[in-house]
Design a protein around this ligand. Structure first.
Ligand code: ADP
Ligand code: MG
Length: 249
């Protein structure tokens, strides 16, 4: 059972960290380095919707559709089954064409979203806009256009964002974190010479949420959130550095 006004993520234990699930019709950014499981998390969210009668749309800017089907199968999901049952739609397009479709009233995409009653959308990934738009202002405008369009459609949307290590220090280009309602970070952490996967809900507008860093695993069925990682809080956000600086002062 999901709480009223909440959308079940489909990721075991993540809803608890979110205070009961994602906020319905909100914009969520999931940021992480390559391989942290963003695409998997996005599909998991949509398949949970498909099972609950909440149709989902996965938009990919990747050039090779087959690798999405193959990767999904490796965690046990046969996407064509979900497509045929009508609970999942996959759209392979380009950043520019998506922008065009979203800003054209009655475009095929908008008409389809309304006709199907799409409730959940995943965009993989927002970062592709940085490859086609170099100007910071224009980039922010594009992010606004995309995010506003899905807000207007009343869907709960997850935007995936590719994180590079330099993001710890550089200001995020386009500042999309400020536009979204919820921000989930996926990270690799080196703890005692071993790499762990770590997840943190960094921001959630108008809701209480956990501020604890939890480890998570990827396997059959996708992501599963595990236990809190104790005493390592500075590592995720790069705050370790500033702690050291303030200690020195
Ligand atoms: N069947 C599996 N068992 C365990 N780990 C898996 C499995 N399939 C994929 N993974 C892991 O999932 C990660 C890829 O997830 P993906 O969602 O493509 O990441 P991203 O989109 O962030 O690049 C890889 O790190 C891989 O090790
Ligand atoms: Mg991916």
């Amino acid at each position: 059972m999901s709480k009223p006004g909440r959308v079940t993520s489909g990721i075991p234990r993540l809803d608890d960290l979110l205070g009961g699930g994602f906020i319905e019709e909100s914009a969520i950014l999931v940021r992480g380095a390559p391989g942290t499981g963003k695409t998997t998390l996005g599909l998991q969210f949509l398949l949970e919707g498909a099972r609950r009668g909440e149709p989902g749309l996965f938009i990919s800017f990747e050039e090779f559709p087959q690798s999405l089907y193959r990767d999904a199968l490796s965690v046990g999901w046969n996407l064509p089954d979900f497509e045929q049952a009508g609970g999942l739609q996959l759209l392979f397009t380009s950043p520019q064409v998506l922008l065009q479709s979203l800003s054209t009233p009655h475009s095929n995409l908008l008409t389809t979203i309304q006709a199907i009653g799409t409730r959940r959308v995943v965009l993989d990934s927002l970062t592709h806009y940085t490859q086609v738009i170099s100007d910071g202002h224009e980039l922010r405008r594009a992010y606004h256009q995309v995010i506003s369009a899905f807000r207007r459609e009343g869907v709960t949307a997850i935007y995936l964002g590719e994180d590079m290590r330099s993001d710890y220090t550089n200001r995020e280009k386009g500042r999309v974190s400020f536009i979204v309602d919820c921000l989930v970070l996926l990270r690799y952490l080196e703890i005692d010479s071993a790499i762990q996967r770590a997840l943190l809900v960094l921001k959630m507008r108008s809701s209480a949420h956990s501020t604890t860093i939890h480890n998570y695993t990827i396997g059959q069925g996708g992501l599963a959130v595990g236990a809190p990682i104790e005493g390592k809080t500075g590592l995720l956000s790069g705050l370790v550095k500033s702690t050291i600086i303030s200690n020195v002062q």
